[in-house]
Design a protein around this ligand. Structure first.
Ligand code: FAD
Length: 552
């Protein structure tokens, strides 16, 4: 009883604090006396947590943080804002693994989506194995669920999602709001191409079920929609039969970029070939082990270091073939055939066997190692780009071999990925760079991942206006005080692309003016704007993206 009284008193004190005449902006008084008030946290710990993200570049303070236990709590909050004469902004927050405040809501309310995980009623992961279903196998998954939990839950049924991100400790709603890309995308497309249906709370507070066939405008708007049109509370995700418990994991090294890209494009064109393909660029003498996996033994690392010392920049192609106890003999024969004719540096091929889960969860394993050394909680001024294939050689010459090599003080990491769309083939490359005071030498690498993806033009996600493109991610880590150096480097790269006529598009886009956003969306801008007017007319949702409300 005393505890309840204490709770009520402290709640009232927070409310009085928030409503004090000295604070010019406050949440509406009616909200603070509403029944969802007991799920709304106004304390410093909650506010502080919701003011930060993985990037550590931006800090925006909300007025409150909702910890929903029911989907209805979120709908109630959004409806409340929508009906209010002074609507307040609302941001869904997954794991806040954005890097530029995209999941923040200055003077608004942040909705902590992972709190729905604890609700057995509304959320969770439900696997459907209905052989007569036209959709095949699928799982209904709460928007706040982590992909790692989806993996573990579906595996119990001998099934698993087909398309992944490299890192699985991200929420389903968070990655679907972008695209969700990893080395499987050349077979299955990005995660947004593997969603059958969603439940979405629009900016009017309405809970709407949408799919290709019902409320399709909302469905396509939300896929890659940067959280602008609604909060995803459930996604129906395609699953494949998992006839595999293990993977054959192979890395090959190159010093010639055109051989490297030639081999990638060849491998992803083989039907029924590999299950995963990515690549890395190494620009210094450190081994290409990093956040993405510890793969090379110390003696291999020495061998690679001398190769980098000799060539300056080398490229690493990473491929995987899944297998199980029944197919182990077959895979031993198939893999050499798939790799036959590749023109990697003789002697520079490295192989490993891992369990399927260990492989998919490899980035988390690398992350835990960084956490132990305290080198993970640093600013991450990342830049992710989609670069058209026609200009990827220019990109290599200008960015990998010039700008980044020049910056190659002692640390770096790159990655890139390719993908195969229904209408168009897209090759993509991601580059991760870690210079500066960001950890021990194991971070001092560049990685290149290459994918092919499937894209549907009706989705909000933006890709270059070319059938084939690379995704390039410059994943810098910096010291607390020198992240602006990397922001300048990012600007230099963007300027170089502009001047060289490389029509790159940003993945996880970030711009400061409306003109830049219009330019980013290109021919999709009018539709994007119309959809915003229809589904979130009061511009309540995801203000941290700074598309419609630059002053968040
Ligand atoms: P948040 O950062 O919390 O939110 C992102 C945006 O989505 C915000 O605008 C937010 O308001 C909105 N949002 C969140 N939840 C919902 C919801 N339920 N409904 C509607 N909108 C919502 N991406 C890849 O594609 N491939 C990778 O391999 C990959 N690897 C990564 C590795 C690391 C270490 C990190 C830090 C990021 C990586 N990313 C990758 C990027 C990641 O996919 C995005 O940053 C994603 O948005 C993070 O998910 P989150 O749950 O943290 O979302």
């Amino acid at each position: 009883m005393a505890g309840i009284v204490l709770f009520i008193v402290s709640c009232l004190m927070f409310i009085i604090g928030k409503l004090s005449p000295s604070s010019s902006i406050s949440l509406p008084r009616e909200l603070l006396t509403h029944y969802i008030c007991n799920k709304l946290r106004l304390d410093n710990d909650a506010i502080e947590l919701a003011s930060r993200d993985y990037g550590k570049l931006v800090q925006e303070t909300p007025l409150g943080v909702l910890y929903p236990s029911l989907v209805d709590d979120i709908a109630t909050l959004v409806k409340f804002s929508y009906d209010s004469p002074n609507p307040f902004s609302i941001a869904a927050r997954g794991r806040s693994h954005s890097i530029r405040g995209q999941a923040m809501a200055h003077n608004g309310v942040v909705v902590q989506m992972t709190s729905l995980k604890h609700s057995s009623y509304d959320s969770g992961i439900r696997v459907v194995r209905n052989p007569s279903s036209l959709l095949g196998f699928y799982a209904d998954v709460g928007g706040g669920e982590l992909w790692i939990d989806v993996l573990l839950a579906t595996l119990e049924h001998g099934l698993a999602p087909v398309s992944w991100t490299d890192y699985l400790h991200l929420t389903v709603g968070g990655t679907i709001s972008n695209a969700g890309i990893s080395g499987q995308a050349f077979v299955y497309g990005p995660q947004i191409s593997n969603v059958h249906e969603m439940d979405v709370i629009t900016g009017k507070g309405e809970l709407v079920t949408c799919s290709k066939h019902i409320n399709s405008e909302l469905f396509y708007a939300v896929l890659g929609g940067l959280g602008q049109f609604g909060i995803i509370t459930r996604a129906r995700v395609a699953l494949g039969r998992l006839q595999t418990g293990y993977v054959k994991w192979v890395k090959m090294l190159y010093h010639d970029f055109s051989s490297f890209t030639r081999d990638q494009e060849h491998l992803i064109s083989i039907n029924g070939g590999l299950d995963y393909l990515e690549g890395f660029v190494v620009v210094n003498q450190s081994p290409p082990n990093n956040l993405r996996s510890s793969f090379f033994s110390p003696s291999d690392q020495l061998k690679i270091n001398s190769l980098v010392a000799k060539h300056g920049v080398i490229y690493c192609l990473e491929v995987v073939k899944y297998y199980d106890d029944l197919t182990i003999d077959t895979v031993e024969k198939e893999l050499p055939l798939l790799l036959k004719g590749l023109i990697y540096l003789p002697g520079f091929i490295f192989k490993k066997d891992k369990s399927f889960v260990e492989f998919l969860n490899r980035v988390r394993i690398g992350e835990m190692e960084l956490e132990e050394t305290g080198t993970q909680d640093v600013p991450h001024p990342w830049l992710n780009l989609f670069v058209p294939k026609s200009t990827i050689m220019d990109f290599n010459a200008g960015v990998f071999l010039e700008i980044l090599k020049k910056q190659n003080k002692n640390k770096g990491a790159y990655s890139c990925l390719p993908d195969e769309p229904k209408q168009a083939v897209a090759v993509s490359m991601v580059i991760i760079v870690c210079y500066g005071d960001c950890g021990d030498n194991s971070n001092a690498v560049m990685n290149t991942l290459v994918y092919l993806m499937w894209w549907d033009d009706r989705m909000s996600a933006v890709i270059p206006d070319e059938d084939t493109f690379y995704t390039v991610g410059l994943l810098f880590s910096s010291g607390e005080d020198d992240w602006e150096v990397f922001e300048d480097l990012n600007k230099e790269i963007l300027n170089f692309c502009d001047k060289a006529g490389i029509k790159a598009k940003q993945y996880f886009p970030h711009y400061s003016t409306k003109e830049e956003w219009m330019n980013h969306f290109g021919t999709k801008w009018d539709t994007f704007q119309e959809r915003k007017a229809e589904f979130d007319p009061k511009m309540i949702l995801s203000p941290g993206q700074r598309i419609f409300n630059n002053s968040v």
